[in-house]
Design a protein around this ligand. Sequence first.
Ligand code: G3I
Length: 378
Amino acid sequence: MLIASRGLSRRAALTGAASVVATAATLPCQLQAREPLRAADTLGSLGAAKGLLVGASFAMHETEKPYGARYRELYLREMRSLTTELELKMPTVRPSRDIIEFAPADQSFDFASKHGLPVRGHTLVWNDNVPQWIKSLSTLDAGYHMDAHIETVLERFRGRAYAWDVVNEPIAPWDRLPGNLRAGPYLAAYGEDYIARSFRLARHFDPAAKLVLNEAFTETADDLGQAFRASFLNLVRRLKDRGAPIDAIGLQCHLKSGKPYDFPRFCAFVEQLAVLDFDIHITELDVDDSAYPRDLTARDLRVAALYRDFLTAVLPIPAVKVLTFWQLADHTSWLYYSDVEKRPSAERRPRPLPFDQNFIRKPAWSAIADALRAMPPR
Ligand code: G3I
């Protein structure tokens, strides 16, 4: 079989062939001619062919929905790693002071290891997504529970994640604090040292994992993006000077229609991080299409173009080793859920991702695939 001769695993070959048939049979005819019909072509396999690890955030609760089997199959076919979207966050693991809830995270890790998929553990310390009971503690107690949380999670999952988003989103200019650091109980407890402290603890409790500092909002060519890039780069330089055990920088890359972008300028920022000897992980890529035209075809093509422009600029940077999407299918996106909450009766829903609500490839998939094919190998 042609597929087998390309050295594909039997699973990938079979599901790859099935997906091509499904795609060809259900795509509008004007797109069928464009859709790459090579069964081996998935975003994960195209990335792997260039030495890039391609993954997406994965949410266990989606596997219990009526479409759960198709959701799982999509990830097994298209992805080569999973990021825990909710299961390792403090509100899930520690909903109250006297509860430790590991079941969702156990299920995520068990699913990933059953299918041989590496896991990005997201996230250990985040001053924004803090359970209410932590907020009510003294700063001393909040600091104690930050340390205890890192130890508790890593004691249980040591060696099971290839990378940890140890600290998420340390910058928040709107809090108007020195260094534009994000306010929160852990900053109050330890000052800026909460970041290096978290990485030292993570290194101690999971010495083999890649430790990642993960940031948002660094992409746009406006005052906010510039403030984030400058503040984050200064922070990273201070952390490096102090010997914080950071292996990689995570750039979330939640792109947004209607925002200004200057990707060569963004890539210069990425290169400034790379020369500090950090790997770069694109950790949460998606496109908020809310400012694009109402017409579905036009909107999908605009989303595809933004994916193409961004990835064509960023993927040639050798330090970029990981590309992770924030979900894969439109209706499982955080943008979709928040839109349903805000506009329950609206007809038009976000279409931010490479797959639609029927798990069928969209023009964005082809744009991403083309950028992966065009990138230089690692
Ligand atoms: O599952 C419950 C549902 O049963 C309940 O009815 C509903 C009530 O609102 O809540 C649902 O849980 C929500 C969960 O998403 C699943 O949809 C939580 O309230 C909500 O807080 C949670 O939001 C997540 C958010 O992080 C906060 O953890 C988003 O899914 C997730 O995509 C988002 O991801 C963040 C990254 O961690 C960091 N970077 C930004 C990114 C997007 O905000």
